[in-house]
Design a protein around this ligand. Sequence first.
Ligand SMILES: *[C@@H]1O[C@H](CO)[C@@H](O)[C@H](O)[C@H]1NC(C)=O
Ligand SMILES: *[C@@H]1O[C@H](CO)[C@@H](O)[C@H](O)[C@H]1NC(C)=O
Length: 367
Amino acid sequence: MASTCSSLISLATCLVILVNLLAHSAEAARAFFVFGDSLVDNGNNNYLATTARADSPPYGIDYPTHQPTGRFSNGLNIPDIISEHLGAESTLPYLSPALRGQKLLVGSNFASAGIGILNDTGVQFANIIRISQQLEYFQQYQQRLSALVGAAEAKRVVNQALVLITLGGNDFVNNYYLVPFSFRSRQFSLPDYVRYLISEYKKILMRIYELGGRRVLVTGTGPLGCVPAELAQRSRDGSCDPELQRASGLFNPQLEKAINQLNSKYRSNVFIAANTGKTHADFISNPQAFGFVTSKRACCGQGPYNGLGLCTVASNLCPNRNLYAFWDPFHPSERANRIIVSQFMTGSTEYMNPMNLSTILAMDEST
Ligand SMILES: *[C@@H]1O[C@H](CO)[C@@H](O)[C@H](O)[C@H]1NC(C)=O
Ligand SMILES: *[C@@H]1O[C@H](CO)[C@@H](O)[C@H](O)[C@H]1NC(C)=O
């Protein structure tokens, strides 16, 4: 600073530099990067020719603008609420033309509805951004950030960022169980399929590490057999489908184990496992305790449990979205998303392994 403000530079220029530095440090929340599927997509699919989209009403009915944005929610989604906790604005979708200049410092959301761990998951949605492509975009993003702030600063921004990745649900509902006798279900028994998914997921997580991610929140799948879509298609009496429950029951603990192995390999708590299955199960088993009237029936949809087809203007729509755990046949309401994120932030080790985000963020602040 002293050398910058030497007598060679006019006082006015010096003041401008100082003001910029102060403004920058005031708004320097850590950057946030998001990878994954529709649970965390905040609008990338709006830019693609795909059927997996949430860009028409009543999606967004409770969003600040009351307009659909591409989020699969009545209002905010999980990444938005994490951004609130970081004291940052929401990240922009990577494909948004507004993502340029200083906005790059906020981070970006690379997620795309319909994708899974495997490349053949979600093929029926045509053009979606598969996880390998999301990671290529992350590299491209880093080049753009380097051009803006220099390579060393770009590396620091990425190393100090929070990363969120949500994958896996679609590898079951939009692949293995999509149709009876699917290719993958003929190829693999369920336990072998889960082992294969986990081995592929590990490669994805190692790639995020190679690309500079050092604090990576990894969510498990929810109780797949209990979502309104599966109740409508597979349940006669409203109880969760045992086969899909078995799938998430195998997947989540193995993912947590893989994460522990990676943390040992890197000798650091890079990856944080969020037991979203348990959080969801809490409000599915006792919705009233969380202020919901139901966790079986979606707010928006049609057919049994409002679980069939898409949520559109022609669907049934509940008047008060805060009373429903599920907004549409697959996706939680904003209120449910808030409960999930509050477990990320402050949950006990039963929910967050090795520790919750508020502990991690506080540790990082102090180093
Ligand atoms: C998925 O596709 C990408 C890009 O074509 C490729 O690099 C990757 O190896 C594929 N993954 C698997 C598991 O086949
Ligand atoms: C977070 O996790 C820690 C360690 O498990 C726990 O002591 C604490 O109560 C949790 N909540 C907050 C807000 O830190």
